[in-house]
Design a protein around this ligand. Sequence first.
Ligand code: HXC
Length: 514
Amino acid sequence: MKDKQEQLAKLKEEAKLGGGKERIKSQHEKGKLTARERIELLVDEGSLDEVDMFVKHRAKDFGLDKQNYPGDGVVTGFAKIEGRPIALFSQDFTVFGGSLSEAHAEKIVKVMNMAMKAGIPVVGLNDSGGARIQEGVVSLGGYADIFLLNTLASGVVPQISVVLGPCAGGAVYSPAITDFVFMVKNTSYMFVTGPNVVKTVTHEDVSFEELGGAETHASKSGVAHFAFENEIETLLNVRKLLSFIPLNYKDRAPEKQFDFSILKPEPKLEELIPDNPNKPYDMKDVINLIVDDADFFEVHSTYAENIICGFCRIGGMSVGIIANQPAVLAGVLDINASVKAARFVRFCDSFNIPMLVLEDVPGFLPGTEQEWNGIIRHGAKLLFAFSEATVPKVTVITRKAYGGAYDVMNSKHIRGDFNYAWPSAEIAVMGPKGAVEIIFKKEIARAEDPEAEIEKKLSEYREKFANPYITAERGYVDDVIQPSETRIKLVNAFNLLRTKVDTNPKKKHGNIPL
Ligand code: HXC
C-alpha cells in the first residue's frame, strides 16, 4: 500500500509540472504566472479540490501520440473564496499553449455542469492559443459545448472570465457570453482575427495590444469590464467582485452587519450641486457619501464614462448603482452608455441585487452619428432592462431628469419602488432653451425685442418646471428630500424592500431589442 501511495504522490507531483520546468520558466519570462500560481492567488489558501488531474488527450495525429501531459492543459476543480464555493478552470499555457482539445473541453464542461447543479459561480482563467490545431473539428466541438453551457448557465450562476494571455478567434465568445471579463494590461489580448489577418484584409498596421489589449477592450470596445496592471491585482479584484454577488439566482448576495444606530445626516451632500444648472459636478462624490464606508466597486470604469455602474453596500446590503455622470458629456445617454448600463441592470436583476439609480440626465445624445448607429434600439435596451427588472429599485433625481431619459432611468412608471428627488431636481419634457424656442416660437418672432422675450419665457419655464414639485404633486416621486437625508432614506428603503416580491408575465423569454 505504501508503494501505491508513494506512486500516487509522485504522479500528482509530475502532473503539477504541466508542460515542464522549461516552459514554466518561459511563462514567467513573459511576465505571466502559471495556471496553478494563479489559482493560489485567487482562492482561499488550501481550498482547491482539483478534479481530472490525470485526464489526457486521445489524439494520435501530428505526433500527439508521443506528447501527452496529465491534465491536458487545464486545471479544473472547486475552491472557496472568502469561505464561499466556486467552480473554476485555469488554462495551462505550458501544455500545448493552453490550447483546447476534446479532453480539455470535457474537463471544463464537467465543472460547469457541476456548478449549475450546485448553484455556484464559475471563474475561468483563460490563457490559450485557441483550438488545438492537431485535433481539428473535435476541438471546435469542444468550444461549442462550452458556449452552449455558458449560455445555459447565464442567469443561473454568475460566470466570470479572466483573460490572462491570448484569447483569439472563436475562443473569445466564451468570455463574451459570461457576465464579467477581466483583463491584464500588456499580457492579455482578445480578438477575432489577429494583426496579421487585419493587415492582409484591411491593410491596417496594428499591434496586438492596440487591437485587442486590455486597455482597448476596457475603454474602446467595452468587451472587458476591468483592466488591471498585473495578474495579482486582477485576481484580487475577482475576489472583491465575488464579495458583492450571490452564488446563484436563488441566493442572496452576502450581507455585512450594519449598525442602524450610526446612521446620521450627511451635510456634505448639500454642497455638491452647483448653483448654475449647466455646471458639472462629479457624481462619484455623491456615491462616496451615500454608500457604506465610501466603498464603491466600479464596473467598466473607463468605458462610456457618462454613466457609472458598480457595486456597493448600503446598510450592509449589496446594491448595484447606475448613475448618470454630469462630469462627462453632461451625463447624456448615448449608445455606449445605454448598452453598458442595460447589461449591468440585467446582471443585477438576474442575481437579486437591488438597484439604486442616481439621476442627472439632460436626455439622449442628438446627432446623425447616434441616430444612424441606432440610439433608438440601443436606448431601448436600457428601457427594457429597467422595465423588466423586479429586484428592489430606488431612484434619486439629483438634478436633471429630461425627456425620455426621465422615463428610462427607473421612473415610477416602470416600477421604481421608491423615487426621491432633491430640491435641485428639474423634471420636464426638455431643457428650458429648447422648450421655449418651440412652444413660444410665434411670440418670440413677433416680439420687438426677441432676446428679451426669450429671457422672459425662459424664466417662466424654469419657474414652472425647474423643480420637483409638479412631479411630486402627481406622486411620480414619493418624496422631495434634503440631500443630507439621502443615505438614511436609502438604508430604510432597501431595508423595507428586503422582502419585495414582483413578477413578470409568464413567457418563454422576452425579446430585448438587441
Ligand atoms: C496546438 C498550440 C496552439 C494551438 C500554441 N500551441 N497554440 N498547439 N494548438 N492552437 C503550442 C505551440 O506549438 C508551442 O508548443 C506552445 O503552444 C507555445 O506556443 P508559442 O507559439 O511558442 O508561444 P508564443 O510565442 O507565446 O505565441 C502564442 C500564440 C501562438 C500567439 C498563441 O502560439 C499562436 O499564434 N498560436 C496559434 C493560435 C491560433 O491560430 N489558434 C487557432 C485560433 S482559431 P511547444 O511544444 O513549442 O511548447 C480558434 C478557433 C476556435 O481557436 C473556434 C471556436 C468556435
